[in-house]
Design a protein around this ligand. Structure first.
Ligand SMILES: [Zn+2]
Length: 281
């Protein structure tokens, strides 16, 4: 799916609320998953969905409680995670992100994989606080540890660990049940996605809840399946490319046939995903 289709879909797609653990819930809609931490400091959100999802996100947040959103953290710069930055900032939220999120939002940025050029966002959508590698904050009785991935899906991705609840949001390094998008235009690559997934697996415990950027809430076994999918597809596509096969020939060989029916219906079709892998091997 390309950007105009996603904007259209998000305007009508349901946004559902799922309680996870302690005072943390997740909003699941057409764009990136939003984690919500509630308490006396007001709501803290991880990510802000697609801009057109605003009425649905607003209603979902109101269904949790009447508290205002005071803080927003962007897990990376993409439009399906930062689309609500402007309205949430205007509603009183401060915005925190890795510095490359602000860099990309502050100027025109082309994403070849989506055949789309994003204009600079309005200044009120920019993160007001940025960091480079690590950042720790405390809100609503929770400790949040933020860590920058070396470039993975983009150059701006971060993970967020809610320490006491033992919930890990891994941004768009993990798509649970959908082929991932890999944004080569802003620093992503298949090998970096695999490295990030290995790093996620090294951290995850049997009891940890993992919030993917897209798809259902998961844990260690779903992450391991996804790692095998990325590694296996990379191996198959690299071998065929080495034999001199073109992208069209590799797509026709269906290297992802076993998962296409389940995983190929999101942002990336099997053909898109194979193309994203082909580009990096
Ligand atoms: Zn993304």
């Amino acid at each position: 799916m390309l950007v105009p289709g996603a904007l259209k879909e998000a305007a009508t797609a349901q946004v559902t609320v799922q309680a996870l653990r302690r005072n943390i819930s997740v909003l699941l809609g057409a764009g990136g998953n939003i984690a919500v931490l509630t308490g006396p400091d007001g709501k803290l959100l991880l990510d802000a969905e697609i801009v057109t999802a605003r009425p649905k996100v607003f209603a979902a947040l109101a269904s949790i409680n009447a508290d205002p959103v005071k803080q927003l953290i962007n897990t990376h710069w993409h439009f399906d995670h930062t689309g609500g930055n402007e309205w949430l900032h205007q509603a009183g939220a401060s915005i925190l992100a890795q510095e490359n999120t602000r860099n990309h939002l502050s100027k025109e940025t082309r994403v070849e994989g989506w055949k789309h050029t994003f204009p600079a966002a309005p200044a009120s959508a920019f993160p007001s606080t940025v960091f480079k590698e690590d950042h720790t904050l405390h809100a609503n009785g929770s400790t949040l540890i933020l860590k920058h991935y070396s470039p993975a899906h983009t150059d701006s991705d971060i993970s967020v660990h809610f320490v006491e609840a033992d919930i890990l949001h891994v941004a768009d390094t993990f798509w649970n049940g959908y082929y991932p998008f890999i944004d080569y235009s802003t620093g992503g690559s298949i090998d970096r996605m695999i490295q990030a997934t290995q790093a996620n697996l090294a951290r995850v415990t049997d009891t940890m809840i993992v919030i993917p950027g897209h798809g259902a809430i998961g844990g260690k076994s779903q992450l391991a399946f996804y790692r095998d999918l990325l590694v296996g597809t990379r191996e198959k596509v690299a071998a065929l490319k080495k034999q001199g096969k073109s992208l069209d020939e590799i797509v026709a060989a269906k290297p992802t046939a076993a998962t296409d029916a389940k995983w190929g219906n999101g942002f990336r079709s099997p053909k898109d995903f194979i193309g994203d892998v082909f580009q990096g091997v």
